[in-house]
Design a protein around this ligand. Structure first.
Ligand code: TTP
Ligand code: MG
Length: 403
């Protein structure tokens, strides 16, 4: 039977701790507590090696150290986690445009209607896991797929770590039934207590209760839990409305190969993205380059922009650095640049002592070009380097596709 909706929920395993173990092989297989070793601090997360000792997120560090004295305490590196988060969200975006990030390490992906393209739910789930592993260099994500958000989320959690569980719509209610009421969403400790007072211990107990009686006893909470227990959760996956990145990509008429051939397109894309940033009054803290091979494989590399910038030169420079991390001998059919970690221009920037003069010069040039384009149309000006590139390849200067 076709599924009315196919919702995937993905959540990284021991996210911060796994990133630390990925970046530092000496930490692999060891119990870790991510956090600062301070009497008043709390644990951000614990590696799976530490969890059998009863430690985990939000526990006071002092208590966690008492329970697991052999644990290595590693201070968090938020910037790095944000970078990995970008990588995984990009992967999800390759499967569906409808991605709703919930936190750095977690998102819903609406796959409804994509079955013919991507295959059945279990195949997509496996592919998502493999793609996350590839994109991050080895991290595990747990995945649940079901007919609504709530069940997909429970399904991704229940087989952690490295979990994969598909619950078909017709099995959702039986899947939920044996689970404890603590698995109900949005109930909290107080709600759990109220349910226990009514002698309701499992989700199946709630499902079997009379909905009117539940509503009388618990008001809106009663209606809420009865609906959830029946896997009645119509909430849609809402793709992030505030664009988290601004990108520009071009599918080329003719595949290109080699750094020299790719660079002019990167410059063009970086310039467009930078212009859009300036128009929106934003700066970017990071740049991503995307290349699609002639075999339709998407490759991405991303790097941090220090300080955050919106000049064409800064974006182009970082994008060119990133090109060094691709095997550019392949043939590419699409070239794109995106800016992420967007922040308002009004936010203070630090560390500008060096390169300040060059930056001001670039800003001035950008603004002059923006003005000309606005007055005489987008094709009115081309950067010298863009022209040069076209000439170098023996192309007429209009050859880079017009905007
Ligand atoms: P979670 O997904 O809740 O936890 P996790 O990824 O560490 O472990 P798992 O999903 O396998 O159970 O949170 C993601 C990250 O968010 C986590 O690695 C650290 C951070 N975090 C905190 O800093 N404080 C918290 O209280 C929680 C719950 C998470
Ligand atoms: Mg997680």
């Amino acid at each position: 039977m076709p599924w009315p909706r196919i919702i995937l929920h993905a959540d990284m395993d021991a996210f911060y701790a796994s990133v630390e173990q990925l970046d530092n092989p000496a930490l692999r297989g060891k119990p870790l507590l991510i956090g600062v070793d301070h009497p008043r601090s709390v644990v951000s997360t614990a590696s799976y090696e530490a969890r059998p000792f009863g430690v985990g997120s939000a526990m006071p560090m002092v208590e966690a150290k008492r329970r697991c004295p052999q644990a290595i305490i590693v201070p968090p590196r938020m910037q790095r986690y944000a970078e990995v988060s970008e990588q995984i969200m990009t992967v999800f975006g390759d499967f569906s445009p409808r991605v709703e990030p919930l936190s750095l390490d977690e998102a819903f992906v609406d796959l409804t209607g994509a079955e013919r393209l991507l295959g059945p739910p279990d195949v997509v789930a496996r592919n998502v896991k493999a793609a996350v592993k590839r994109a991050t260099g080895g991290l595990n994500v747990s995945v649940g797929v079901s007919g609504c958000k709530y069940v997909a989320k429970v399904a991704s959690d229940i087989r952690k770590p490295d979990g994969l569980l598909v619950v078909a719509p017709e099995d959702m209610v039986t899947f939920l039934a044996p689970l404890p009421i603590s698995r109900l969403w949005g109930v909290g400790k107080r709600g759990e207590e109220l349910l226990r007072n009514l002698d309701l211990r499992t989700i199946g107990d709630v499902a079997a209760a009379d909905p009117l009686w539940l509503k009388q006893r618990l008001g809106s909470l009663g209606a809420h839990v009865w609906a959830l227990a029946h896997a009645d959760d119509p909430r849609p996956v809402v793709a992030d409305r505030d664009a988290q990145s601004i990108g520009s990509e071009e599918t080329l008429d003719v595949d290109v190969s080699g750094r020299a051939a790719i660079e002019p397109y990167v410059l063009r894309a970086a310039d467009r993205v930078a212009r859009r940033l300036r128009r929106a009054g934003l700066r970017a803290g990071g740049v991503r380059v995307k290349l699609k091979t002639h075999k339709f494989q998407n490759l991405t590399r991303q790097g941090v922009l220090r300080p955050p910038a919106n000049s064409s030169a800064a974006l182009y420079e970082e994008a060119c650095h990133l090109l060094a991390h691709f095997d550019v001998s392949q043939r590419f059919r699409l070239i794109g640049v995106a800016a992420y970690d967007l922040q308002p221009e009004s936010a203070p920037i630090q560390g500008l002592l060096f390169g300040e003069t060059a930056r001001k010069k670039n800003d001035k040039l950008d603004r002059a070009l923006d003005n000309l384009r606005e007055r005489f149309g987008k094709g009115a000006v081309q950067r010298g380097s863009e022209l040069g590139a076209a000439e170098r390849f023996g192309l007429p200067t209009g050859k880079l596709p017009e905007e």
